[in-house]
Design a binder for this molecule. Structure first.
Ligand SMILES: Nc1nc2c(c(=O)[nH]1)N[C@H]1C(S)=C(S)[C@@H](COP(=O)(O)O)O[C@H]1N2
Ligand SMILES: [Mo]
Length: 304
């Protein structure tokens, strides 16, 4: 994000749209090809989620080749090229802090906590591009309830794996590793907030944050932290990687707000990957009806 700005995105990087629906139906029908196939099929058969957007989805190719995952390098193509070295099994997440029952969850246990749901969400990067992605996941609230948050749990802090043997990008101090993000407890418990374990009906590709990543659709993409190994409930507002690296550019809240410019570029519009013309950026990335009430009485220009 410190590296690229919207005007740096070359037209040659814009992938033309593909035949989204056929591809998706094929992926979801490909039973046996992936761990999630059974559950994903069930998700498809159930009614579409009221939280999903009906907008045209980006193609699997776009979603898996145009990524930000700095642990594998800062180019958009680096994660797709280099994330194969990430070992996603066995995988554990420590959930600790202001909770009654701190514990370590194996990834398989998390998959069983709640029925997997498909959520088609917009993702808006602070760099000025956006995508529509059909995630498969569970509400973050389903995991947090397991550990019984105490009354002092006001915030939730998240950490990504930090292993130079698997992640070539962490050898360079582009950020102060591990990658860290945080939410207020009510944001974390909101039904739109999910832990994604798949997309397009398949196991989550490594470049998208396998085996498990956060997705908070009304906030800039950098909040949606990938490959999570630690979740801590705490009283204090957590330190977050981008805020720490450039506090005047990236605030804790990071709500998509077309009225607050990034210090180096406007946030009023965005380019949907695969489209040519820009579109207007919507407050809270189009999720205002569901989440604006969380910020009642707050100055969202100061709390950016
Ligand atoms: N651990 C980690 N999580 C991360 C990032 C990162 O560099 N490292 N990049 C963030 C940014 S800036 C964006 S826009 C989204 C991109 O998610 P995607 O590649 O799945 O589209 O991941 C976010 N999560
Ligand atoms: Mo981003």
């Amino acid at each position: 994000m410190l590296i690229r700005r919207p005007s740096d995105i070359l037209p040659s990087e814009i992938t033309p749209p593909e035949v989204f629906l056929n591809r998706r139906q094929f992926m979801l029908a490909a039973a046996g090809s992936a761990l999630l196939a059974g559950e994903a099929m069930a998700a498809l058969k159930s009614a579409p989620s009221p939280y999903s957007t009906g907008e045209k989805m980006n193609s699997l190719k776009e979603i898996t080749t145009y990524n930000n995952f700095y642990e594998f390098g800062t180019d958009k193509s680096d994660p797709a090229e280099k994330a194969s070295s990430l070992k996603t099994r066995p995988w554990q997440i420590v959930v600790e802090g202001e909770v009654g029952k701190a514990r370590i969850f194996g990834i398989e246990e998390i998959l069983k906590l709640a029925p997997l749901e498909e959520r088609i969400y917009r993702l808006r990067c602070v760099e000025g591009w956006s995508m529509v992605i059909p995630w498969i996941g569970i509400p973050l609230a389903s995991l947090l309830k397991q550990v019984q948050p105490t009354g002092n749990a006001k915030f939730v802090a998240f950490e990504t794996l930090n292993d130079p043997t698997q992640m070539p990008g962490v050898k360079r101090q582009v950020l102060d590793w591990p990658y860290r993000e945080g939410l207020r407890i009510d944001e974390a418990m909101h039904p739109l907030t999910i832990l994604a374990v798949g997309l397009y009906g398949e196991v989550l590709p490594k470049q998208n944050g396998a085996p498990i990543r956060l997705v908070v659709p009304w906030k800039y993409g950098f909040k949606s932290i990938k490959s999570i190994v630690r979740i801590r409930l705490q009283t204090q507002q957590p330190v977050t990687s981008w805020n720490q690296s450039a506090p005047n550019e990236y605030g804790f809240y990071s709500n998509v707000n077309p009225a607050v410019d990034h210090p180096r570029w406007s946030q009023a519009s965005e380019r949907r990957i695969g489209e040519y013309f820009k579109r207007k950026t919507l407050p809270f990335n189009g999720y205002a009806d569901q989440v604006a009430s969380l910020y009642k009485g707050m100055n969202l220009i100061k709390n950016f």
